[in-house]
Unconditional design. Structure first.
Length: 455
């Protein structure tokens, strides 16, 4: 599944993806704005510093009667006395102020290259230019004309290495990136926790539904937020409605069976008292009708039970009871019924009566055909319980195995039975989402394999 499809199908991923996008965007924009504001602040501070140096240079500049320029006092910043210290000043003179007259010791044997721009008297310009030692400079210049020599212009220049701007900005940007990265991780962690806490009621509701499905409870239990509680109430109402419908269906099926069986019993009793051929025919058809009622009643009961959530039946008690019954029924045949150890908690999804019907028919069939031994084993795998019932009887051919699962078909007409036992077990297993298979048994007879969903 692709990432967009996974995000589309997951509410958690949707919320986290939306939070991640907004957090990253907000942190990135905030970082860009803060870095830009800090850079502007540093540049303004540098420009203010340069302006202060320029004012100081203007204040100490003296022009002699012959037009030569000197400084009355040295400028106070010690960097101006160290070669290539990063802070420089220069005074250019002449008619347009283009001839280098004075410069700071920090320039050593170089001169600042001044852009050829026109300056008005007292006007200040700022430039970014190349400097000594392959550096970049932030330059501020001013043009003055002394009253003593109005025809001579003096261009006063101060400059600062831009590394003194870039380095603080880079350090700040690095620290800001680390801080905002930590903040982003914290916000993402908070978003993950928030989404987890916000969706926790849905997880609890899922667990409650699983408990209903597994038969631990019949209703969704617990307190839920007001946004989820209406859904929980509707689900509980639906569960109660389905339970009531299933109960009514089972009651009606039982009433119908009772209503049909009563007249059938009367007819059968009356027919047995008459020796005529008609009485024998009636008795035979009544018996067939009663078997059909039992068969369809079992299917209806199973269909109703499948629709009812939470039904489960422990396997071990049902098998124990059936083994005791079969042992008594076949006590005269010296039949040994062996039941392998199984987990006491092993349970099937479904009604206990239906499980007894399926296992009872299979075990009864095995005991009828077994010579001396019947083995019962049960395992669970991938959510399915598999019960093997093996006998050491004559077994069935492959063609017979598929035939005897049909309703009313018997492998041997001389053996007592209705021909419905295996068909009922097969249909009930299918109704519950399981299956019934017939194979050759390791004992030499028939193996009946019943698979049912585990609870």
């Amino acid at each position: 599944m692709s990432a967009p499809a996974a995000i589309h199908r997951s509410l958690r991923l949707r919320l986290l993806a939306g939070s991640l996008v907004w957090i990253v965007a907000a942190v990135a924009i905030t970082g860009f704005l803060l870095a830009d504001l800090f850079g502007q602040h540093v540049r303004e501070r540098i420009d203010a510093e340069l302006h202060g140096h320029l004012d100081q240079l203007t204040a100490v500049l003296e022009v002699a009667a012959d037009g030569s320029a000197t400084l009355r006092l040295p400028l106070s910043d010690p960097r101006l006395s160290r070669p290539y210290a990063g802070l420089y000043w220069q005074v250019d003179g002449g008619p347009a102020g283009t001839t280098a007259l004075l410069r700071s010791r920090s320039l050593w044997d170089t001169a600042l290259a001044v852009p050829a721009d026109a300056l008005a008297d007292g006007e200040v310009h700022v430039h970014d230019v190349a400097g000594p030692d392959a550096s970049r400079l932030r330059m501020m210049e001013r043009l003055i004309r002394p009253a003593e020599h109005p025809d001579t212009a003096y261009r006063l220049i101060v400059a600062l290495d831009t590394r003194q701007i870039d380095e603080p900005v880079e350090e700040f940007s690095t620290l800001l990136s680390i801080a905002l990265g930590v903040l982003a991780l914290g916000l993402i962690a908070a978003a993950v926790v928030q989404v987890g806490v916000g969706l926790a009621p849905l997880k609890r509701m899922h667990a409650a539904l699983s408990a209903v499905r597994d038969g631990h409870t019949r209703r969704l239990e617990g307190d839920y937020p007001q946004e989820v509680q209406p859904l929980v109430d509707e689900l509980n109402t639906l569960l109660a409605h389905d339970e009531a419908m299933v109960e009514r269906a089972r009651t009606q099926a039982g009433n119908l069976a009772h209503a049909v069986k009563t007249p059938l019993t009367i007819l059968a009793n009356a027919a047995r008292n008459e020796p005529s051929a008609l009485a024998r025919l009636v008795d035979e058809q009544v018996g067939d009708a009663r078997r059909q009622v039992d068969y369809h009643l079992a299917r209806a009961r199973a269909a109703a039970a499948v629709q009812q959530p939470g039904l489960k039946t422990a396997l071990r008690p049902v098998l124990d009871g059936l083994v005791r019954v079969m042992s008594r029924l076949h006590a005269d045949r010296d039949l040994h019924i062996a039941q392998a150890d199984m987990d006491e908690t092993l349970s099937c999804r479904g009604d206990a009566q239906d499980l007894q019907e399926m296992l009872g028919n299979l075990l009864d069939n095995a005991c009828k055909w077994a010579r001396r031994q019947v083995n019962i084993t049960a395992t669970v795998n991938d959510g399915l319980i598999t019960v093997h019932i093996d006998d050491d009887g004559p077994g069935l051919s492959e063609a017979q195995r598929s035939t005897v699962l049909a309703r009313g078909v018997r492998a041997d007409e001389h053996t007592p039975g209705t021909g419905l036992g295996l068909a009922i077990a097969h249909d009930l297993a299918r109704a519950y989402g399981g299956d019934l298979r017939l194979d050759a048994a390791p004992l030499g007879g028939l193996r009946a394999t019943l698979q049912l969903p585990a609870a």
